[in-house]
Every structure is written in structure tokens, then in C-alpha cells.
Design a protein around this ligand. Structure first.
Ligand code: NAI
Length: 384
């Protein structure tokens, strides 16, 4: 089977590698020849490292490389069974590209988008046969991150969905199905990890170092929120927050933060610019966190209950199943536990009472406990 990948940037190159490593023939197309050359050279390096580590043989390396055809011409997608688009995140561009693609590919070719934030229904609206559109959202770096969100739009046929689910599982990825809603699962449920951490900082409760320490040492997260935002880039992370906020009709739960906006405006993007919340210059001063355990616990619990409330909202609004929401957060962003399982462990009544304390103190909608949480506590239920 031939798989088309459009866009040979960070994501497209990674998706092409996943496909080829799992036996699919790949046509990788980019308008920019340099990006194709870069993708080919990078893949050679990555595979050479895998050979060194004995993860694959030299023959396998050659076979994987032989399965990818690099091209600047989308007409080379003619024989594809599916094309996954991973080009710039601009709706107008995706619209024109999808209309062009449909004129080239076969009647039953599936047209998928790797978009992080755009509506799949809107992308599919330009197609004569919109039942073939679907979202297939990989995480960066695609060859390493196990999670893939599969997003059927209102127009998507069962055949398109079933084919996509099977493909993802053949590529040995963990597929979760989610509704075509802003941020899908991960980028919606994870918002408080950043937003509440920023809020705690803005209120002067603790500095970046202390909040990061609380979330890693007490919470067991691999990275603290500020280290992670610096890693993702404050420009990118702020843009996602703003787009989710707008897409949810300005729901105060998703309100972006001035602190992050100012960091972005100042060019303090994080690791890639040498400075973010932290200074990455050689010899820069390292500030020790305040390791007061009461403070640490209160920071961790506040962020955790906000995350749980968001995960519960995703269940409440039927964005995905309980199992898939927990899988998404553990396999897509490496959370130490699924948030709903975590909620069961703490006790839903405890989660509710902590949220109620915040809601009463602040009087802000941001802290309103989800109706499903209230209902489950009243009925003495748990998620698992
Ligand atoms: P990128 O900027 O690294 O790569 C985009 C590539 O598309 C470039 O090589 C560019 O030359 C090419 N391109 C642009 N317009 C084109 C066209 N009309 N025809 C053919 N090629 C074209 O972008 P990146 O980061 O790989 O993102 C791609 C998509 O994946 C976006 O929709 C983004 O939202 C999504 N995404 C990005 C993630 C990330 O962490 N970078 C994670 C998951 C999804």
C-alpha cells in the first residue's frame, strides 16, 4: 500500500519514517526541495544510529530508505490509498491543498490532516467527497511518541474511520478516537498544566523553579510546566492556548496569561532562543526552588484538580471515552498516571471539595467544578 505524506517538515518527515519503518511505501512531497533533502539526510542519520544500537540491521535500514520516494510534485500521490497532510497550520492553505489533492488521487483515497488546532469538518468542506476526510494527529517527535489522535469529522464515513484506525494500529501506535472539537484530547485537557502554573506564579505564590519542583518531585511529572513551556517554545504554546481560548468562545477556563504573552513578545521563547522562563546561557545563575512541602503540595494539588476537572469535562462532553482520555495523557504527553484514574485514587469527593474551595475563594468560572463530577460524587461513583 502506498501512503502519501504532504509536507516534509518536523511532522511530515517523522510520519514518513513511521510509515516506512512499518512496511508502507511512502511518497513524501514538499514544495521546498531543501526540506526534502533535509528530511532524507536526517532519516539517514536516525537510521544509522538505530543500526549502531542494533535496533535494526543494515539491510532493514536500506529497505526503509528504499520505501520512501521524495518528490516536489503532488501528482506523485496518484497511486496512494491515503494522503496525510502536514503543512503549515493555515486554514486557507489547507483548503486549497485539499481541493487540489482530490483532483489527483483515486475515488477512494482517504485525505487526512495532521492539524493540531483546525476543524476537520472545515478542512473537509472543500471536498466533493467529504466522507474521505479525517484528522490523524501525531505527536512530536512522531517516531517516538506512541499516541495518535484519530478525529472523524461530521462528514467522515465509517469506512474512512475504520481504515485509519487499522493503519495506526498496523504502524504500532496507540490510536485514540476523539470528537472534532478544539484541541482534541491532549491540547484541551493539558491546558491547566500551563495555565494554572502561570496563574500561581502571577499571584506571587511561588516562582518558576518552585512550581516546577512541586510538579516533578511531588507530582511525578517528567518535566515541570515552565521547563516544558520553554521546551515547546512560548511562541508555539501561547498560540495553542490563544487558539483553544478563541475556539471555546472565550471560556474563562482557557484564558491565556499575560506572563506568557510578554515572554513571547520579548522573544523569550525558551530553549531555542536561549532564554525563556529560564536562562539557558552557559554559566547562567541557577536558582534553587523553595522546597517547603506544604507549599509544594498546595501547588501540585491545585494544578492536578484543574487538570482532572478538564479531563472530566472531556468525558462529560463526549469528546472521547474514559479509557482513551487516560491513554491520551499518558501516551501523548507522558503524564505519570491517567487523570481519571488519578481522580479515582484521590477520591472524587476530595477533588470536588478542593475545586469548591478555589471556586468560592476566587468566584471565577475558571474554577467551577464540572457537573459530571458533582453528579458522580452524589451517586458515589468512580471512573474505573
Ligand atoms: P513545519 O514548518 O516543520 O513543516 C511544514 C512543511 O510543509 C515545510 O517543509 C513546508 O515547506 C511544507 N509546505 C508548506 N506549504 C506546502 C504546500 N502547499 N505543499 C507542500 N508542502 C508545503 O511544520 P510542522 O511543525 O511539521 O507542522 C505541520 C503540521 O503538523 C501543522 O498542521 C501543525 O499544526 C501540525 N502539528 C505539529 C506538531 C509540532 O509539534 N510541530 C505536532 C502535531 C501536529
Amino acid at each position: 500500500m502506498v501512503v502519501g505524506v504532504l509536507g516534509a517538515g518536523t511532522m511530515g518527515a517523522g510520519i514518513a519514517q513511521v510509515a516506512a519503518q512499518n512496511g508502507s511505501e511512502v511518497v513524501l512531497v514538499d514544495l521546498n526541495k531543501e526540506m526534502l533533502t533535509k528530511a532524507e539526510t536526517n532519516l539517514d542519520k536516525v537510521l544509522a544510529r538505530l543500526v549502531e544500537k542494533d535496533s535494526i540491521s543494515e539491510d532493514e535500514k536500506i529497505n526503509i530508505q528504499g520505501r520512501i520516494t521524495y518528490s516536489t510534485d503532488i501528482h506523485d500521490f496518484k497511486a496512494c490509498k491515503i494522503v496525510i497532510e502536514a503543512i503549515v497550520e493555515k486554514l486557507e492553505v489547507k483548503h486549497s491543498v485539499f481541493a487540489n489533492l482530490e483532483a489527483i488521487v483515486s475515488q477512494d483515497c482517504i485525505l487526512a490532516s495532521n492539524t493540531s488546532s483546525l476543524s476537520i469538518a472545515s478542512i473537509g468542506s472543500v471536498l466533493k467527497n467529504p466522507t474521505r476526510v479525517i484528522g490523524i494527529h501525531f505527536f512530536n517527535p512522531a517516531p517516538l511518541m506512541p499516541l495518535v489522535e484519530v478525529i472523524p469529522a461530521v462528514q467522515t464515513s465509517d469506512a474512512t474511520l475504520n481504515f485509519s484506525k487499522e493503519l495506526i494500529s498496523n504502524w504500532k501506535k496507540v490510536g485514540v478516537i476523539c470528537k472534532d472539537t478544539p484541541g482534541f484530547i491532549v491540547n484541551r485537557v493539558a491546558r491547566p498544566f500551563y495555565g494554572e502554573a502561570l496563574r500561581i506564579y502571577e499571584e506571587g505564590i511561588a516562582d518558576f523553579e518552585t512550581i516546577d519542583w512541586a510538579m516533578t518531585s511531588i507530582g511525578g511529572f517528567k518535566m515541570g510546566p515552565f521547563t516544558l513551556m520553554d521546551y515547546i517554545g512560548n511562541d508555539i504554546n501561547y498560540a495553542v492556548t490563544e487558539s483553544v481560548f478563541e475556539a471555546f468562545y472565550y471560556d474563562p477556563r482557557f484564558k491565556p496569561s499575560f506572563t506568557q504573552k510578554r515572554h513571547k513578545e520579548a522573544g523569550f521563547y525558551g530553549r531555542k532562543s536561549g532564554r525563556g522562563y529560564y536562562n539557558y546561557a552557559e554559566g547562567a545563575e541557577i536558582i534553587a526552588p523553595n522546597q517547603d512541602s506544604n507549599l509544594g503540595y498546595s501547588i501540585f494539588e491545585r494544578i492536578l484538580v484543574m487538570l482532572i476537572n478538564e479531563a472530566i469535562d472531556a468525558v462529560f462532553m463526549n469528546v472521547a471515552s474514559i479509557e482513551d482520555i487516560d491513554l491520551a495523557m499518558t501516551k501523548g504527553v507522558n503524564y505519570p498516571k491517567g487523570l481519571l484514574k488519578w481522580a479515582d485514587e484521590i477520591g472524587l469527593d476530595m477533588v470536588l471539595s478542593k475545586l469548591e474551595v478555589l471556586f468560592t475563594e476566587y468566584g471565577e468560572d475558571r474554577y467551577r467544578p464540572n457537573p459530571l463530577l458533582r453528579r458522580m460524587v452524589k451517586e458515589g461513583k468512580s471512573f474505573f
